[in-house]
Design a protein around this ligand. Structure first.
Ligand code: HEM
Length: 270
């Protein structure tokens, strides 16, 4: 097993261990199952988005081995989604008719079910044998659906009755990833200025999206969200975190590029 795969397994297992620990030590509040629905759903979404970020990260950080961990992270995102579904079914006491009715009644659950079914299908076809059977081109075409299914899972999280900063942190991350893919199409994905612009746009998007979503979906006044964005008492809000990560990635890409280019020229020249 490569070191990268071991790291991916560790990232995948840690949230589960933390959930088990919190459950055993009674730290999951009055209704532990409800907390488990929250945590398993949150980690499922985060792992799915992290999986989607691996390709941009491996290229911007000049770290091709990162790709080795991608499948493990994707499958673990799927496993947390299934645990989430089981916790939800337990919360509803396995009342399957009631659950079916709720899925049909609530668009958020319909979207989540579509996303989960799609991800399960991708999970089942993710091993090498299936890749050989389908042919590389077809397999890659099919697995491109991953982005859309991840976006649907995030939409389900956004439609949750609660308000959580992770909703906007993950939305900003997805914006950065999609923006990076556009830069990649134009071959600008390793250049400092486009990456700096992308970091700023991702930060602005995160803030604007939070204001608009909270106003129209939760009816929270614009002034309240605006002042939360600039309130640092409980740490920086999602807008600043997304901006800082984007800037850091742009600078790292620039530094690594300027370090690696002379070395490449040197080896080609030798
Ligand atoms: C791709 C798969 C899924 C992901 C990544 C996911 C993720 C999440 C997240 C992050 C939350 C927010 C936590 C909260 O509000 O407490 C959540 C809530 C919830 N999820 Fe999921 N979910 C998925 C699939 C499903 C499915 C298939 C169902 C059931 C049919 C479901 C039912 C719920 C319920 C009942 C809640 C509580 C909030 C609410 O009632 O809207 N989820 N999910």
């Amino acid at each position: 097993m490569t070191r990268m795969k071991a790291a991916a397994y560790t990232i995948a297992i840690l949230p589960g261990l933390s959930m088990i620990f919190d459950l055993m030590s009674g730290q999951l509040g009055m209704i532990p199952l409800q907390s488990l629905v929250y945590w398993s759903g949150l980690w499922a979404t985060a792992l799915l988005i992290l999986t989607f970020a691996i390709s941009p990260l491996s290229q911007t950080l000049h770290w091709p081995h990162l790709i080795d961990g991608r499948r493990i992270l994707g499958v673990s995102g799927l496993i947390y989604s299934l645990v989430h579904l089981i916790c939800y079914a337990l919360l509803r006491k396995w009342d399957l008719a009631g659950i079916w009715g709720e899925i049909l009644r609530r668009p958020t659950l319909l979207i989540a079910s579509l996303s989960l079914l799609g991800l399960m299908f991708l999970g089942l076809t993710s091993h090498d044998l299936m890749m050989k059977k389908l042919g590389s081109a077809n397999w890659h075409r099919l697995h491109r659906l991953n982005g859309m299914l991840t976006a649907l899972a995030l939409l389900h999280f956004l439609m949750s009755p609660g308000s959580f900063s992770a909703q906007f942190l993950l939305s900003g991350s997805l914006f950065w990833i999609l923006g990076w893919r556009i830069l990649n199409k134009w071959n600008w994905h390793l250049q400092l200025t486009p990456l700096l612009i992308l970091a700023s746009l991702a930060g602005l998007f995160t803030g604007a999206f939070e204001i608009i979503w909270q106003k129209f979906h939760k009816n929270i006044p614009v002034e309240e969200v605006w002042s939360d964005l600039f309130d640092f008492t409980e740490g920086p809000s999602s807008i600043w975190i997304i901006w800082a990560i984007g800037l850091l990635l742009a600078l790292l890409t620039f530094i690594l590029n300027s370090k690696l280019k002379p070395m490449e020229n040197h080896t080609h020249g030798a």
